[in-house]
Ligand binder design. Sequence first.
Ligand SMILES: NC(=O)c1ccc[n+]([C@@H]2O[C@H](COP(=O)([O-])OP(=O)(O)OC[C@H]3O[C@@H](n4cnc5c(N)ncnc54)[C@H](OP(=O)(O)O)[C@@H]3O)[C@@H](O)[C@H]2O)c1
Length: 267
Amino acid sequence: MQTVHQPTIAMVTGATGAIGQAIARQLAEKGLHVTLIARNEAKARQTADRIIHQTGNPHVRVELVDLSRQAEILALARRWEGPLHVLVNNAATAPRTRQETPEGIEMQFAVNVLSYLGMTLAFAGILKQSAPARVVNVASYWAGDLDLSDLEFKRRPYRNGTAYRQSKQANRMLTVALAERFQNDGITVNACHPGDVNSTLSNSLGFGGSQSPDEGARTPVWLATGPIGGQVTGKYFEHLRQTPCRFATDREAIEALYQVCLGYLTI
Ligand SMILES: NC(=O)c1ccc[n+]([C@@H]2O[C@H](COP(=O)([O-])OP(=O)(O)OC[C@H]3O[C@@H](n4cnc5c(N)ncnc54)[C@H](OP(=O)(O)O)[C@@H]3O)[C@@H](O)[C@H]2O)c1
């Protein structure tokens, strides 16, 4: 009989946001131990308390990390104790004007792209030791306009929608690159579109959102805990369905993006 491994320890980035909070709560409802990754301490503690109260699961805790700073990601991985079975990369930002991190990297590229890659690589050893393990990258169907020669909008005029679409294309391409690298390590890596949800992020991009945060969390949580997310790797999902990804076929472009992104990491 085939053993079914149920993930038990999970981490969610952007866990104070609309979709991240719903992902964390749904994981806690399923009995997982959940670490909320957040940068705002008061908001993070309130979110954890609310999830504990709503679910009755006391195993919800907070780690404070500014994901735009690679040193903070590395410090988190270094202080992490014990296994990790599920990493949900979900944090994102879309400032209306071009901003840079203290390390001088364009903000959307740093948070939306490099933090996904940095978290995954910083925790790769722990995920391998904890295998079977899963990485779920919350991406979007609204993706495109990636320019490998101008990832930071130094040449192109900065528009937050264009920078955001580029970052979500990168999430989907890097999912393929990471899945290949981890295919013999018992770690699956998949990407998904969560849903259209009213949030700080969607508002800053000029959208509202017709779905609830809980609906938005369904596909990421299904990938994090259901059988498909443990069996399939390197794929893209929308609405609980594997969906063809137009960015997953150009292996040369995927590898080139992966190498350029690696060059930014100090992890
Ligand atoms: N909403 C939609 O319709 C939609 C559609 C497609 C895809 N998505 C994807 O879904 C994911 C979640 O989006 P959302 O709509 O839930 O956005 P949101 O409510 O604005 O949440 C974004 C989260 O990211 C966190 N964050 C931003 N910068 C950070 C940093 N430097 N360090 C640490 N945390 C940081 C925010 O923290 P603070 O609370 O401290 O600001 C917040 O918790 C994103 O990956 C997005 O691309 C959303």
